[in-house]
Design a protein around this ligand. Structure first.
Ligand code: TYM
Length: 339
């Protein structure tokens, strides 16, 4: 009972990742790494979700989707999230997401959705499948967050616009139907909020990039990851510092900073008088030190399907418990008869 009360007082976190392919170092630096740190601080109650409903806005091969979902669960745990302590769940296991998603669809304007850059990007990339789900994706994402009355949503910079819409929808609903939702704050890291492509450092690092040298996957064999860093595009200069035309170096500095905890200034001092070769070797070593233990834990976890199942079942139970409270309140407020 005392524990329950404590949990009720804690601020809440919700975040998620789509199981639409292998995770990149960008996902790790922009999101997962911070989730683990925030969970360790123990001042939040956190809900972490595998956003499988979101993934089907782009065509997925069913067997591959199933595999990606289990992979992602194992990766969450391998990176250090504690699924025994706090819920990790599959979005599709909690029906309230789609229920609230619909209510929010009916409170979101076409104009707002048309302005979303992720929608525009994905429409360009998947011109043969610009479906209604892709368009209303941001209201489902708002539902994910508002269902849990989340205070904080740790994400990378590319999700900021979705977070702003979520806040607008929460306020709009609260004004129309009386106070119902917490208005969440984004938590975007100072360094690494947008890890860039290793080949085109003005573009975001993304697993959908056709050039596989542009991204590092969390499960890339170590020697492959090292090669990709060594091949990363830099500039014709030789100084490890930030500045105009130094996007490639700055990106590697962000990665190194995230891996080691060193500040950008400390990194500049560390590599004063040294060339890009030395710097890239240090970046490669820091990435190796991070990825290796994650990959080892991942391999162990994948051998233990029963354990993974116990985690997601428990997660779904806890998530459903919390989500049901919000959706029944919402249904009552909009005027539906209680069943
Ligand atoms: P997704 O699956 O595209 O990405 C997951 C997380 O990784 C971050 N990220 C990056 N951070 C830094 N550099 C990069 N290159 C990089 N690439 C990706 C993303 O910002 C994100 O935090 N819509 C979400 C998933 C989602 C969600 C939610 C998130 C669904 N419901 C509710 C938060 C709350 C998405 O597509 O993320």
């Amino acid at each position: 009972m005392e524990n329950n009360n404590k949990a009720e007082q804690k601020k809440r976190i919700l975040s998620g990742i789509q199981p639409s392919g292998a995770l990149t170092l960008g996902n790790y630096v922009g999101a997962l790494r911070n989730w683990v740190q925030l969970q360790k601080e123990d001042i939040y109650e956190s809900y972490y979700m595998i956003a499988d409903l979101h993934a089907i806005t782009v065509r997925q091969e069913p067997a591959a989707l199933r595999k990606n979902c289990m992979d992602l669960l194992a990766i969450f745990l391998a990176c250090g999230l504690d699924g025994e302590k706090e819920p990790i769940f599959f979005q599709s296991h909690v029906p309230a997401h789609t229920q609230l998603g619909w209510v929010l669809d009916c409170n979101t304007y076409m104009g707002e959705l048309s302005r979303m850059t992720q929608f525009k990007d994905k429409s360009r990339k998947h011109a043969d499948n610009i479906n209604a789900g892709l368009f209303t994706y941001p209201s489902l994402m708002a539902a994910d967050i508002l269902l849990y009355q989340a205070d904080l949503v740790p994400v990378g910079k590319d999700q900021k616009q979705h977070l702003e819409l979520t806040r607008d929808l929460a306020n709009r609903f609260n004004n129309a139907y009386s106070e119902t939702f917490k208005v969440p704050e984004p938590y975007i890291p100072k360094v690494g909020a947008k890890i860039m492509s290793l080949q085109e450092p003005t573009q975001k690092m993304s697993k959908s990039d056709p050039n596989e040298n542009s991204y590092i996957l969390l499960l890339d064999p170590i020697d492959k990851a090292v090669k990709k860093i060594k091949r990363a595009v830099t500039d014709s200069g030789s100084e490890v510092c930030m500045g105009e035309g130094k996007e490639g170096i700055e990106n590697l500095m962000s990665i190194y900073s995230a891996m080691t905890g060193k500040t950008m200034d400390e990194i500049t001092v560390e590599f004063q008088g040294k060339g890009y070769g030395d710097f890239k070797s240090a970046v490669a070593e820091s990435v190796t030190e991070t990825l290796k233990p994650i990959q080892e834990r991942y391999a162990d976890l994948m051998k233990n399907k029963d354990y993974l199942e116990s985690i997601y079942k428990r997660g779904a139970e806890q998530a459903n418990y919390t989500a049901r409270k919000t959706i029944s309140k919402v249904y009552r407020k909009v005027g539906f008869i209680q069943p």
